[in-house]
Design a protein around this ligand. Structure first.
Ligand code: ATP
Ligand code: MG
Length: 205
């Protein structure tokens, strides 16, 4: 990107999104509005390294298709396949570097839920992360937002939504409705592709 182009404020909201739900989408829009972000990229993890081995994770293309459907026509939110295209393990710091390669002037805000925030020091190259981005922590019922020292935290307030993909997978497996928890477009995909039908993966991660 040529210099002189105004900096873009970009939110990075990574997740497994298996499936995406209102607990992702409502706070993402709140963060975009409150932090004056030009866009929030919903970055679908290729191999979610913190979850590998604990349960079977839906194919990246299914998770991406559901996120694309969920944000279709939604201002400020965009599905990103950057980590899927890169392949292999998924690290936020690499995604920031890739963004900056085309947009050196970007201001990056990493958005994550309170349950994930406490683990930031276990992410790849945490000291680079401290330098490269602001952090917006979304409240999540049952999780206390504790961010390790040295991260620049920017405040966001969002409705607290006690929803998780784990709970949604369980509902689908039990034949219960997930309408209004998951956007209709994403529900259509999970039904058509018969996702979560025999999931026995109740562990919340
Ligand atoms: P799972 O139950 O499979 O772990 P999840 O609902 O936690 O799914 P993830 O894809 O693991 O969803 O989460 C992606 C990001 O969204 C994480 O930063 C997580 O903390 C955040 N997040 C998920 N659900 C909520 C929620 N209800 N409120 C706020 N943040 C959330
Ligand atoms: Mg989770």
């Amino acid at each position: 990107m040529a210099s002189g182009v105004p900096a873009r404020r970009i939110g990075l909201f990574g997740g497994t999104f298996d499936p995406p739900h209102i607990g992702h989408l409502v706070p993402a829009i709140c963060a975009a509005e409150q932090l004056s972000l030009d866009v929030v990229l919903m970055v679908v993890a290729n191999v979610p390294w913190q979850k590998v081995g604990s349960r079977s994770i839906s194919a990246a293309e299914d998770r991406l298709a559901m996120v694309q459907a969920a944000v279709s026509g939604v201002e400020l939110l965009e599905a990103s396949d950057v980590e899927i295209r890169r392949g292999g393990q998924t690290f936020t710091i690499d995604t920031i570097a890739e963004l900056r390669a085309t947009r050196p002037d970007a201001e990056v805000v990493v958005i994550l839920g309170a349950d994930a925030a406490a683990g930031l020091d276990s992410w790849e190259r945490p000291n680079d992360l401290r330098r490269e981005c602001d952090i917006a922590v979304l409240g999540r019922p049952g999780s206390y937002a504790e961010v390790p020292d040295g991260f620049r935290v920017v405040p966001v307030t969002t409705p607290l939504l006690d929803v998780s993909s784990t709970d949604i997978r369980r509902r689908v497996a039990e034949g219960r409705s997930v309408r209004f928890m998951v956007p209709d477009g994403a529900v259509a995909i999970l039904e058509r592709r018969r996702l979560y039908r025999d999931a026995h993966d109740g562990d919340r991660q």
